[in-house]
Design a protein around this ligand. Sequence first.
Ligand code: PLP
Length: 388
Amino acid sequence: MIKFGCVKSPNIYLDNNSTTPMDERVLESMLPFFRYNFGNSASNHHFGKTIKKEVENAREKIGEIIGSSPNEIILTSGATESINLALKGLAFNSGEKRHIITVQTEHKAVLDSCKYLQTIGFEIDYLGVDSLGMIDLSYLKSIIRDDTLVVSVMCANNETGVIQNIKEIGEIVRNSNALFMSDATQAIGKLKINAEENFIDIMCYSAHKFYGPKGIGALYLNRSRINKNMLTPQIHGGGHENGLRSGTSNVPLIIGFAKACEISNLEFPQNQDEIIIMRDYLESELLKIKGVQINGSKIYRLNNTTNISFENIDANVLIGQLNSISISNGSACNSSVFEPSHVLMAMGISKERAYGSVRFSLGKFNSMDEIEISLKMIHKILNNTYHA
Ligand code: PLP
């Protein structure tokens, strides 16, 4: 059962790439900032100055997780906003540079921002991936042009967990006139990633993917490569966040974000060791079922994720029947119309297999008991419904 510190749920949560339960210590760190320390960090009096100090300490910790300095961190409402600010902010100020490169398997926050930029005259190249979900680096190199503004490649995919070769991509882009942006939303808290060591110029991440609160994220802008005048703000107002993101700072969430970063920095190796044991066991047991296949690279992959396709099974039916066990099909659903996952389709997986695919994403609050219960439940459903 889910261990939320003192709060227990009878349900099993295996959808940690979607969001994570908040660590109790994160919640505790936030409470005083709801109760007593309510000042506005932009106010020039005792309450304001005290809070400003807290926000700046938090910014330091939020930057530390990717090896950056606090003045390289813009606080936003989450990765979606960071991505929008980065891509549109750069594009609105890009002069002659009107070409962007990204990947077909990116999150919709990147794909839809690019789609929008296309409508106002930008040319976008959407790189394909191979059957394992990896991009071709020599092809990437061949299509970077003098007028390429930014190359945007995510660190780790939210549906398959596939990890791209970020350092090599970073090196390729650093040797061009373009900037390198990486959506690290799924990577932070699961991988150790230093922005500068990987030649990343722009990075986006979000607290709720690693046991922090929802509604708070960061945009990293490499100070030596980007100055604030290169970005047009998307939210105008009081000039907060170095003029790039106006709006009163959401102090409790910022404090919680910093606490999640601090805990992750200290505890992440051990958590990862435990998570991979559970994921590998779950996967090896599921692979014993006839027709089950893993989607994406097994080598370059997050420790917590397995995307699995069942033969002749509708993932939505399985998810519905699992009821008290939460997993995801990773596919976008638009009211009553279910589309197969764009990530799996880009990998060349058939529609049938994509419709039978589910994502298990584990977290530090899961236990081996929960994996055993989930496996039993899946076998029961398959036997009853499909006579597998
Ligand atoms: N990018 C990736 C890879 C994600 O998995 C997500 C969340 O699902 C996002 C961006 C958007 O993050 P947020 O919920 O913080 O806006």
